[in-house]
Design a protein around this ligand. Sequence first.
Ligand code: NAD
Ligand code: UDP
Length: 334
Amino acid sequence: MVLITGIAGYIGSHTAYALSQAGFEFVGMDNFANSRKENIDTLRELTGKDFKFYEVDMLDDAGMEKIFAENQIDSVIHFAGLKAVGESVEKPVLYYHNNITGTLILLEKMKKYGCKKIVFSSSATVYGNPAVVPVNEDMPTSTTNPYGSTKLMIENILKDVCVADKDFCAVLLRYFNPIGAHKCKKIGENPNGIPNNLMPRLCQAALGITESLTVFGTDYPTHDGTGVRDYIHVCDLADGHTAALKKAMDSTGALTYNLGTGNGYSVFDLIHTFSRVNGVEIPYKICPRRPGDVPAVYACPDKAFNELGWKAQYDLEDMCRDSWEFIKEATKNN
Ligand code: NAD
Ligand code: UDP
């Protein structure tokens, strides 16, 4: 049985669906800090499975104990965490406590119940401002904000656990920039509060919720001056977890993989592709660089292909189309 922490979130919900399609049994937990309860009903409908769900905060020791006591959990996919970079700068203690203490409590329960397999949601943010792109898994790591530091610290904690327990396996997945949504239009990224990331902000401008999209900087050393990232369809990312879980089942030690497409697209590339495939104008205005942003980051995805047999299938047009279809559906009654 797989435990999915943060199952109600954007990537957790898509991964639960992918795992279900691949025949895995799972239980889920979330405290809805950044997601909606309805997502659980939607997931049960989509998967046709009445999987067990626990509304628990991972900081709640007794709540976590109950999940492990009531289920034979042999592996964990660990999504639960707070992820807003700006908020992490304002509230570092909240971020360190939630993400790190929460993971430590999870690891204590795993140890107590003999669960030795974990797939962890890390991030390309651990590459900091890379000296060269594409980035591969052996490149130096550094962080520029508390959120990123929690990811790097958890990676290191999991590596230490693998050293201490030779049967333990931690697969550290460094996600690049997930966008898009499942074709059913019922799960996707619809964050609570004001979004930070480009695609949800772009959708808000397209819907007229905001007056325009702010383009942060046109003076980067990139092909059109705007920041370059590796956007990856969330369904590809979800499939990467199925592959990673299979790998964890018959491996030991800490294994690190980039989950990206290997393609770098700029902010203008995204705006123009979105406009073209969806037939909508994106009003935008150009502003100075956002502090902390790096010029260009995209993945070398070869290791995931060679060792997990996983490769992204969707292109930027699919991602733009699916993001738009989902957000129109999610906001149609507002
Ligand atoms: P999300 O916010 O949609 O999902 C995270 C889920 O964790 C939410 O449902 C939230 O309610 C839950 N959660 C947070 N703290 C919790 C706690 N203490 N107890 C129980 N549940 C808790 O985010 P996402 O985009 O689905 O990201 C999933 C994971 O992937 C996160 O760890 C995130 O840091 C990481 N990640 C995301 C991105 C991205 O761009 N979306 C990129 C790299 C890494
Ligand atoms: N970006 C932007 N306007 C926004 C949000 C983001 O121009 O409203 C740019 C940002 O500078 C970066 C890219 O879009 O170059 C991706 O930003 P995002 O926050 O989505 O991801 P991250 O910076 O964490 O990779």
